[in-house]
Structures are given as C-alpha cells and as structure tokens.
Design a protein. Structure first.
Lengths: 212, 212
DNA sequence: TTTGTCATAGTCCGTCCGGACTATGCGTTC
DNA sequence: GAACGCATAGTCCGGACGGACTATGACAAA
C-alpha cells in the first residue's frame, strides 16, 4: 500500500485526485493540504510515500515543498502537478528534486502512473507526455532565464520602463537594457508585448496579481 | 432529482465535480464533456437540468455553450466555472445568460449551492463571493472592452505595432491608436506591458498560444 | 429627440524603445 | 589557466510609442 499526500489549493482538484487515487487499491490518500506551509507540515507528520503537489500555491511554490522534502528524504516520491506545463517549470522541478512532472490536462491515469513511478524510483525524473516539449525547447534555443533576467522580467511585467527597472535594481540603464535584450532573445520576442505574453504562457510570470 | 452535465477539458476537475455532486443525493451527474462541441451535443441529447461548464475550453469558450443553450432553453440551469475569476468574464457570463458564476478556487459546497440555485431559478444570476469584486470593478471605472477593442488587444498581444494593427483591421493608424489608448484607460494601464499583463490576468487574452 | 456609446480619423510632440555593437570583471568548470 | 557564462556598462540612432487633444457619423437607448 502506497500512502499519498495531496497538496493543491483548489478543493475541486484535491477531490478529483482523491477520487482517482481512491479508485486504485494500491494507493491510499492519507492527507490533503492547500498551501506550502500546511503541505510541508502534513508531510512531516504523516510521512507519506508520495506527495503530489501543485506548483502554484497561495503562499508560495509547490517547488518549495519539493525542495524542502527532498532535502530531508531521498526516498519520498514527489510528483509535481501544473496547470500550464511551461517547460521552465519543468526544469525547475527537475532541479528541485521532483520525481515526476505532470500537467493537469493529463488523464488521471497519468497522474496515478507518475505516482507509482515516483514511489518506486523517487530519484528518477519522469515527465510523461512532456519529453517532446522538452526536446523541442532544448533544440530550439531554449528559454532558461538567469535569476537577474527573471527579476527584470518581473519588473517589465509591472509595466516599468528601462529607467525604473534600472533604478529598482540599482543598475545603469545600459545594463537594464542589456538584460531586456537578452530576455527578448531567449523568448524569441521582438518587443515587450511578445516577451510578456510568451513569458506568461510559459509560466515565467505569475498569472495572479502581485501582493500589495 | 436534479440532473447535471459537466463540461471541462480537465479530467481531474471533472472527476472532482462528479465526486462533489455524487456525494449529494439530490444531484445526479448524467454526462461529461471536454469541449464546446461535445458539451452542446451532450446537453441537447441528455437534456440535463443543470450544465456546469468551464470558461476556457480547447475549442472555444464555455460562454458559447451558455449562449447556445440559453437561446434554446430558458429553464436550464447554467453554471459557469472559471479558474481566474476575472470580472470581465463575470459580465460576459451574465450577458451570455448564465445562472451562476463560480471560481474554481471556491469550496465544492459553493459549486453545489450554485447548481441548486441555478436549477431553481435559472434566470437569476448569482455569483457567490464575487459580488465584492464586482462592486470593486464597477466603482473603479470597470473594464469592459468593446469588440473592436478586444480585436486590437489580441493583436497587441501578438506583438504587433500600431501600423501592423491598423493594416490588419483596415484602419488608419490614428484609429488604431485611439483604440489602444482607450484599452489602456479601461485596464488602468500606462503602457502595453501593463495592459497585456492585466488583460491576461483578467482572462481577456488566451493563456495558450493561438492556433497556427 | 436627445443623450450616450462606439468606431472612425486626425494633429502635435516629447519620450522611450530596440538593435547593433563592444567591453570588462568575476566566478565556475573543464 | 583557459574557456565559458553571467552581470555589468557603454555608444549611437531611427523608429515607435503614449498623451492630450478635437471631431464626425452611425446607431441605440432613454
């Protein structure tokens, strides 16, 4: 029997997952959580074999959960679920120590199968149905932004101009422009509009308004 | 007994909904669909009391389902579900003839309750927990774009400049600029970046790449 | 019929953007 | 220690953008 902890802020999706796992004899859902904090706490007290977590959570990223739990336990299965299967997130999940990466648009059978894989080989990364997308990105020049570029991107998304970005990050305008230009290159964008739309579609920019 | 048809492209969410409705005696899920076309077809053959549909579907908008079904049947309950409860969508749902508008982050009990309301009073619009957001928008100048503005917005999102937009829509550049300026006003944006990010967060721009 | 909204179109002008370059210093990796 | 990636910084310049206006015709609602 494989025990499972579900982390997702949408009750609807938790129920869907619970139903899916409940229908399989070899799995038992032992807990649910709706946030990073609750999820980590629940994982530490319940010690499930597998944790299935959403990427986007109210108080942070599901990848934080993954990182925290992986650091403490090399054997735990960590399945990352995501609504928009941006490849950027895929690499981040890989880095964080996830066992599997599955889109929410995947059939439930895929999630079950990923969880099974994760419970057997937690340190083997599987991304059903996304290998293709991964290869596509890899070969097409990819779009992995550096930390600095991501910071600049955030500010771009808030509508700041070059001067404002430079000011906020204590850079010269030239440097800010360099970063912006490199972001365009990596995203295959010709201007801000394309860059931001692409970035949002890839999940590089939060789809919810920033705090404050 | 109230019969329900579920329309959502995510199997996970369909299962969640099916579970939620299944747990209530007075409801019976009689069918599921994953697209606009299938949804309309299913509704016409199954004649459910209530249709619960997602807004974002692979082949169009859930609001198309709502419009189509409402035109044919004034008594059917039409509950619109959405991931990102943009208020723009709320008004659009109201216009389309929906009975209720619920965010996917709402507890399942809210969805059930909305469906019950919808079955009792299909033409009374209820939007649990969103009245606040609605009022906020209404009083803060609102953001309902005209059809033309939406077309322009689409092109902006594709990274086109004023000249390109004018060309595509057979307008003078002045007119294109007028539309763009009005979009900024309505969205409270100072430039393209803010307009596009806001628009995407409000669900005015598709979060998936356009066909082709 | 008057009011309002929408789409259309225009002018003027200062500002900002984006492209194409080059270059230096600092870590890491091989 | 050489090579590489990254962050930093600079120049130059044409073209695009955004703001602040005004205005007209069509059409619908009051």
């Amino acid at each position: 029997m494989t025990t499972v902890l579900l982390i997702d802020d949408h009750e609807l999706i938790r129920q869907g997952l619970a139903g899916a796992f409940g229908a399989v004899d070899s799995f038992e859902v032992v807990g649910q959580a709706g946030s990073v904090a609750d999820g980590i706490a629940a994982a530490q007290s319940l010690r499930p074999d597998v944790v299935v977590t959403d990427v986007r959570l109210p108080d942070g990223s599901g990848l934080d959960v993954v990182r925290t739990l992986r650091r403490a336990d090399k054997q735990i299965g960590l399945v990352v679920l995501t609504m928009y299967a941006g490849d950027e997130q895929l690499f981040a999940a890989l880095d964080a120590g996830a066992s599997a990466f599955v889109g929410k648009d995947a059939p439930t059978a895929t999630v079950i199968s990923a969880a099974r894989q994760a419970s057997i080989a937690p340190l083997t990364f599987t991304c059903t149905g996304l290998a293709e997308a991964m290869v596509r990105r890899m070969s097409s020049g990819a779009a992995r932004l550096t930390d600095r570029e991501r910071q600049v991107l955030e500010l771009l998304a808030e509508g700041h101009g070059v001067a404002a970005i430079a000011g906020r990050l204590y850079l010269s305008e030239s440097t800010a422009k360099s970063h912006i230009g490199r972001i365009y290159d990596k995203l295959g964008a010709a201007n801000r509009a394309q860059a931001l739309v692409t970035a949002m579609r890839m999940g590089l920019i939060s789809s919810v308004a920033p705090p404050g």
